[in-house]
Ligand binder design. Structure first.
Ligand code: F6P
Length: 324
């Protein structure tokens, strides 16, 4: 087996707290094994544009506690084309890269799958606040993001209670409801609306349930609405008109993507970063790092890309049972 001497690392797609911990682990593990590392700036776009820098042990000092990604990130439309990927592959070869570690979400995984068909060797690490990558129970950033969300909801609850209002909080997650479900259960929300379980006329059913609760003496309501369902402002207007309960909508937005990573995100991102390099050293390529049944494993990239992920049915059922 030929020893790998040069690898690259990049972050791609939406940034996520903990990506820096993963970069740090990739760089330090590789260097300790005598492997040189190049950092590619701004994801696949930087690869196409040859925006590459040498990384040493010191280049990743003081970053484990920082949100965002020191390498920068982007969503590259050029990399989605055959021509863009061919250009990127030329740069990959020009930099003598023998493998590339890609930290990103499912879009980045799909890009990696196409890229390896040209001859590149890739290893993916799941980085996304959305927890929407099918192959893994953990994605870098989800823990920090959900903690940011519950902190915000707890604060909104204070004012909602004081004013006897209904508060609708819209959270991120793209087409997935994991952030909404986890933060909804963790803050005791009265309603959790997620794309996976969206029913027709859901606004009507929410208003009806609220009126029943109002009759029983309930004075304030927290509704978590996933961005994949959207229309929080419209929902607030509808509820206020229908129930006569003052209603406000808060769209949490990009605050969910920032901040110092939690212990879990620092820890798991570090382990996955280190294991990604170990996988390369063992001569296994085109793999994705994953947490499955509580264990860190690596699985085939193509298999991972074709997996489907739904919502945890048990969590959804229990979320309903916990509402008074
Ligand atoms: O995938 C992470 C995420 O924050 C999603 O929750 C959200 O839908 C999306 O990225 C926003 O993307 P952008 O940064 O391109 O606006």
């Amino acid at each position: 087996m030929q020893r790998i001497r040069n690898i690259g690392v990049l972050t791609s797609g939406g940034d996520a707290p903990g990506m820096n911990a993963a970069i740090r682990a990739v760089v330090r593990t590789a260097i300790s094994q005598g492997i040189k590392v190049k950092g590619i700036l701004r994801g696949y776009r930087g690869l196409i544009e040859d925006d590459v820098k040498e990384m040493d042990s010191y280049s990743v000092c003081d970053i484990i506690n920082r949100g965002g990604t020191i390498l920068g990130t982007a969503r590259s439309s050029r990399f989605m084309t055959d021509e863009g990927r061919r250009d990127a592959y030329e740069i990959y070869k020009k930099n003598n890269l023998e493998a590339l570690v890609i930290i990103g979400g499912d879009g980045s995984y799909r890009g990696a799958l196409e890229f390896q068909k040209l001859g590149a060797k890739v290893i993916c690490i799941p980085g996304s606040i959305d927890l929407d990558i099918a192959s893994t129970e953990y994605t870098i950033g989800f823990d920090t993001a959900t903690n940011t969300v519950i902190d915000a909801i707890d604060k909104i609850r204070d004012t909602s209670t004081s004013h006897e209002r209904c508060s609708i909080i819209e959270v991120m997650g793209r087409n997935a409801g994991h952030i909404a479900l986890w933060s909804g259960i963790s803050t005791g929300a009265e309603e959790i609306i997620i794309p996976e379980k969206k029913v027709e006329n859901f606004m009507d059913s929410v208003a009806t349930r609220m009126m029943i609760a109002k009759k029983k003496g309930k004075k304030h309501y927290i509704i978590i609405n996933a961005e994949g369902v959207g229309n929080s402002i419209e929902l607030a207007k509808f509820i206020e008109e229908k129930t006569n309960i003052e209603t406000r909508a808060t769209i949490l937005g990009y605050v969910q993507r920032g901040g110092s990573p939690s212990c879990r995100d620092r820890m798991f991102a570090s382990i996955m970063g280190a294991k990604a390099v170990e996988t390369i050293e063992e001569g296994r390529f085109n793999r994705v790092m994953a947490l499955q049944n509580g264990h860190f494993v690596d699985i085939d990239l193509e298999e991972a890309v074709h997996m489907q992920k739904g919502i945890e049915e048990d969590y959804f059922r229990i979320s309903k049972e916990l509402i008074r």
